[in-house]
Design a protein around this ligand. Sequence first.
Ligand SMILES: Cc1ncc(COP(=O)(O)O)c(C=O)c1O
Length: 312
Amino acid sequence: MTSLNFALSRTAAREWQAGDEIVCTKLDHDGNISPWLELAHDKDLTVHLCEIDEECRLDLDHLRSLLSERTRVVAFPWASNAVGTVLPVAEVAALAHEAGALAWVDAVHYGPHGPIDVAAAGADVLICSPYKFYGPHLGLAFGRRGLLESWRPYKVRPAGLEPVGHRFETGTMAHELLAGFVAAVEYLEQIGWDFVTAHEHELGQRFIDALPDGWALHGVPTMDGRVPTFAITHESLAPAEAAARLGERGFAVWHGNYYAVEIMKRLGLEAEGALRIGIVHYNTADEVDRLLGALAEIAQRFVRRGEPPAAM
Ligand SMILES: Cc1ncc(COP(=O)(O)O)c(C=O)c1O
């Protein structure tokens, strides 16, 4: 996704002028911020960052205030890979369009959690990564036909421009990865989004409801308006330490900022980030319960920096 975003943003901006503006959000992964910052650096553009509220929802009033006739793109995630917020994609896209800007959606984190309908969402460009929805390490991009036809691609002269789906392919296709991509889509279709969303909702709520004392959940406090991706911190246990202890107990979690730099700054967590728990459709209620037990246990046994508490 990141490589595609650097390439496509540059392609989109060929005719843009100094002073043109881009709006990103504090919920974005850096893969949908740095391409715009680099473009801004090269072409003297301005990048604004849309604020979030106390529950890590996008501040739509702030977004409205940032839009103007200079806005070329509103770049935003479908879901946050750090705090799990699901954005009102169609609403954000409509605001972008009212301002004459493109709606540029990063669907990487939403990919494994729900169905993506680019037309209903009003996306002009949508980028995603099949490895997040159980496929191979491949990037994918959707672009509205008229838009893609209007862009001049960066590509070698002998490679054709038609059909439009091939217009932005730069060389020999990654056929083996594409076969894996098709298999991943078939796998998800076989499971069905109804099951995925209902099951994840149930497990996520189970996790939220029983989060042990001392752990703080950052972001949307119920499963409505989020995916089951949880950034949590403990008052006396560093995220890196907690991740290591959970790893010893067989739980694969991550700590730090997961490249979601702006949200960590906004939450005052830029130094150590947070512990990230990600639940998906193949997890079970038993796993969630065991994880909750492990969170309680490590918080009792280890204090900051892994020193055993004095009493032990
Ligand atoms: C929301 C989001 N956007 C972008 C990316 C980057 O994707 P890729 O690794 O395919 O470049 C990630 C990866 O974690 C992500 O979670």
